[in-house]
Ligand binder design. Structure first.
Ligand SMILES: [Zn+2]
Length: 86
């Protein structure tokens, strides 16, 4: 049996994936939560890998900041939860 609680990773776990998507190193970029406004380095965000993709959440309010899904080897990134990413 898999534990029900998902293991929480951090942004470093997806550094390679983000570099592939954005073409640059993203773990040192600063993301701001679109819900609570908390800003922090991508490396410090909470990352979950429930199986079908990667979900990045705000550590402060749990808002989903990014969803990354790989479809036929192409990574699709949804950044709608982010107020900004700089
Ligand atoms: Zn937040």
């Amino acid at each position: 049996m898999e534990p029900l609680e998902e293991r929480v990773l951090d942004g470093n776990a997806i550094g390679g994936l983000l570099a592939e998507v954005f073409g640059t190193e993203m773990t040192t970029a600063t993301g701001a939560c679109g819900s609570c406004g908390a800003a922090g380095q991508v490396a410090e965000l909470a990352v979950y890998r429930p199986g079908l993709g990667t979900v990045v959440r705000c550590r402060h309010c749990g808002n989903v900041l990014m969803v990354i899904v790989q479809i036929r080897g192409v990574a699709c990134v949804d950044l709608q939860g982010l107020a900004r990413l700089t």
